[in-house]
Design a protein around this ligand. Structure first.
Ligand code: GCU
Length: 380
């Protein structure tokens, strides 16, 4: 624990997101938009619009997967904007034990759809390794708890490398010329956030689901994305941001582990060029990440950390969750309240804001899902 806190104090001087906000309505109608604009410019770029058309192709439906716990759909989403087209493959599970009001978890994945499950009958795409990250999704556990899950590979929205932009969903809206060289404003994180919104819309086509219970879930770079997408897309009921670290749920100020300098040098396609100005100048940022967390308010927000994940900085993820309370209080919710940095496996299920520390490395495990499902259950 000492290593995690690293001699830092719980209280930290931070810029206030409220500025001259007078009440919740003023926050929601004015101040929130100012902050979104700042984040667009400096940290994440702009999320592309909805394309002119989306066609949902159900390529396969398998009833009774996982010994009858659920139904599985393989889907291809075909996007069209003017002459430009793009496709993404989604994997969708629905529980058999709930007939209506089904809550939905939406989350992009790292290793392809077949990497999320050990089911032998799911076709393997190129480069996929079956079930390699099945433990990260715990699909039978989610189905048994009555949840639906929709996932898709992040690379189908923006291939995660420095030349990925031209093959990303931005190509629906911009020419190849516009997407090369000085095109840092078209970021991977915003393309992935766009993907989350398209999966939410896919969920909404099913009448058995609860439209007011569609959650954005993401780990690490996708934990940053889950925050950014739900900050923009108010149709998401809430957000679970797991081990999201730098440019995610960890405060920039007084941070250990990853810093802006590393990110803009090594992962430049994730952020606009404007962020380069803040490398080694974190204190000069007009905001800190509790502002981003506050953009989820008054919807529920769960921030999760792991004890060995010093690169992400669990203590700063906690301090961020706590500082977001300033805005949740405008809505009459306490947030984390006066909670102190918890011991591992001692989740704080606060008032609309939750935080926990899991023992172990940077990952998503069965223990994470237990805490996540409990937080969602309490929030519904
Ligand atoms: C790298 C990166 C992090 C990111 C992580 C991940 O470690 O520096 O910012 O969160 O990858 O996505 O796994």
């Amino acid at each position: 624990m000492n290593e995690l806190i690293n001699n830092r104090r719980e209280e930290l001087e931070l810029p206030s997101p409220l500025k001259d906000t007078v009440n919740a309505a003023d926050w929601f109608n004015r101040r929130r938009n100012e902050i979104l604009a700042l984040y667009e410019t400096i940290l994440y770029g702009r999320i592309p619009p909805r394309p002119e058309s989306i066609r949902i192709e159900l390529t396969c439906e398998t009833p009774n997967v996982f010994d009858g716990l659920g139904l599985r759909r393989e889907i291809t989403l075909h996007f069209r904007n003017g002459p430009a087209t793009h496709a993404a493959k989604a994997l969708w599970y629905l529980p058999n034990n709930r007939k209506k009001n089904i809550p939905v978890i939406v989350g992009l994945n790292f290793k392809g759809n077949a990497g999320c499950t050990n089911e032998p009958d799911l076709p393997l795409e190129e480069e996929e390794e079956r079930g390699v990250q099945a433990y990260r999704w715990q699909i039978p556990m989610l189905l048994d708890a009555g949840y639906s899950l929709i996932t898709a590979p992040r690379n189908h929205f923006y291939p995660d490398h420095i030349d990925g932009r031209k093959d990303s969903v931005f190509a629906l809206f911009h020419s190849r010329g516009e997407l090369t060289q000085d095109a840092r404003q078209y970021t991977a994180i915003s393309a992935w956030a766009w993907g989350y919104s398209r999966l939410l819309e896919l969920a909404m086509t099913e009448e058995r689901i609860n439209e007011r219970q569609i959650w954005a879930h993401g780990h690490s770079r996708l934990g940053k994305t889950a925050l950014w997408c739900a900050a923009n897309d108010l149709r998401f009921a809430g957000t679970v941001s797991n081990d999201s670290g730098c440019c995610g749920a960890a405060l920039f100020r007084d941070k250990i582990g990853e810093q802006i300098d590393f990110m803009v040098k090594n992962l430049s396609w994730w952020s606009p060029k404007a962020l380069d100005d803040y490398a080694n100048r974190e204190n000069a940022l007009p905001f800190d990440q509790h502002w981003l967390a506050a953009l989820i308010a008054p919807r529920p927000l769960l921030i999760a950390s792991a004890t060995e994940d010093l690169w992400a900085d669990p203590f700063n993820e906690f301090r961020c969750a706590k500082a977001a309370g300033e805005v949740y209080r405008l809505f009459g919710a306490e947030g984390l309240g006066s909670a102190i940095f918890p011991e591992p496996e001692q989740p704080i299920y606060g008032d609309r804001v939750g935080y926990y520390l899991r023992t172990g490395k940077h990952d998503v495990t069965e223990t994470d899902w237990k805490f996540v499902l409990e937080f969602i259950r309490r929030s519904c």
